[in-house]
Design a protein around this ligand. Sequence first.
Ligand code: URA
Length: 209
Amino acid sequence: MPQVTVLDDDPVAGVQLAALRDAATIPEHFRHHARRLGAILALRAVHDLPAVRSTVTTPLDTAPAIGPGRQIVAVPVLRAGLGLLGGLHDVLPTALVGMIGLERDQETHQARRYYFKVPPLDGAWVLVLEPMLATGGSASDAVAALDAEGAEQVTVLSVVATEQGVDRVLTDNPGVRIVTAAVDPGLDDNAYIVPGLGDFGDRLFGTPH
Ligand code: URA
């Protein structure tokens, strides 16, 4: 699997992304589209997950079966990442969940970690849910912290990224993978992605910006 996957020619992801970008999408519908995109991103991220083989007894005979060969751990970056978690669990129901709380300083735009709680990560495939990969600072911090806990593979799932954000995460963490629905041209003066979709957390939870 490539280190960076951009689903920009995938019409199934595209229809969800267009709805999330649309300024007229209300929070109730935003949550629905975020959930669906979360499932699509998660499936893409684990499509080369090592498998364990077994058999299953059908009403007529036995059939070969396969299942996940690694523990999957989803780590939403609070709070926006929560929007992708339901969809991830729809398709990966046995995923354990950790949480990282990162707060962006409004002046410096630097991430400050205020919460970190994860299950054991030794050998796990970790999916970091960071919908807006803007400067890449939060995602990079999250990936470094998870790597240090012994994860075998860390993949960042993002809805909209920038080149700058992708470069930062890859430079800081050479083994990481990124799966994103889109890469947008750049950032505005407040480090918001343009054209982007606005503040993901505000739109998800209906908080005024
Ligand atoms: N976080 C958001 O929610 N939106 C952006 O555009 C950038 C960071």
